[in-house]
Design a protein around this ligand. Sequence first.
Ligand code: BEZ
Length: 396
Amino acid sequence: MSKNQAFGRREFLKTAAAAAGVAGLPNLAFAQGAKIKIGLMLPYTGTYAQLGVAITNGFKLAVEESGGKLGGREIEYFTVDDESDPSKATDNTNKLVTRDKVDVLVGTVHSGVAMGMVKIARETGTLLIIPNAGSDAATGALCAPNIFRTSFTNWQPAYPMGKVLADRGIKKVVTLTWKYGAGEESINGFKEGFIKAGGTIMKELYLPFPNVEFQSLLTEIASIKPDAVFVFFAGGGGAKLIKDWQAAGLKGKIGLYGAGFLTDGILDAVGDAAEGLETTLHYGDGIETPKNKTFRLNYAKTFKLQPDVYAVQGYDAGLLLAAGLKVVSGDISKKKELYAAMEKAKIDSPRGVWTMSKSHNPVQDIYLRKVVGKENKVTGVAHKALADPARGCKMG
Ligand code: BEZ
């Protein structure tokens, strides 16, 4: 066969496979046993690098536990480091969708970058599974049949802390976060719960992402003398704040609370500065379920690392895709059946069993946790089976 003939046949197959998706003809890529292409777009450098690695590990662990295949088909990974840089999000997503022609996009951590992925997913119809970024709009005003999330909305873990603090008699709070979507939405969630329960916000403090120069803000907090401070920070930024808080002499004087990203995955790095900190989140290290125990053991054995909430969310993204592809026996072109199966999936997660809301975001328990040694220990349930309000979601 000449080079031209070979090229012609390849082009024909590609066109036929694309047409099959549209016209409901048999999917040739599927019939020929092609691998399912998964595009992992996550941060592997910068403040959120560790989060991207944990998500990748968790996703791959779920695939390995289902025999290295999903719906009976082998998997091929394509990886892009998104650097948590929203200005590169569209180009980076296009590399995976247009250049690599992935079947599924999995990403990302940063809400601003996720907005770029959501845009392309909506334009191209590519299946997108978000394993972290909490941007409220992704499963709110911009919700879509092909967009699913296995993590949280930024509102979700922050909202219950408002009532927890107000019930303790804490009435005057200062908030502190990075000035970008996730920080602002997390603070809004906390404020909604806190004000409803009778609390007052004294001041909202911000610094640009990913800046960690906290000194002047901590001096300002000391002079305001609030009952407590509620924050959203994650990764290296969270670790730096916890250390600076102790160094500034605020630990033990003013209560520091946050969405649980503050203390997840960083306890080895901060030593005793984090001891006693309380946060709210949809996961805690020591959850006493058989699933969590086996997950933690397998993860530690495979990657020589302790898992955290990000690893759990990546793992659940793998479980969700596995559940969908099982129903369509690996034929990813059967989108209607695939999405229906993903909507109905009951995910037996290390965090506890969760289901998908109509807007494609987990309905899940939000735990109250306390740092004890190297563990985010669950001390209670701050809100049972919490669903995001999904404001503005009209599923097309
Ligand atoms: C976000 O940008 O949505 C985010 C980043 C880190 C942890 C939690 C949320």
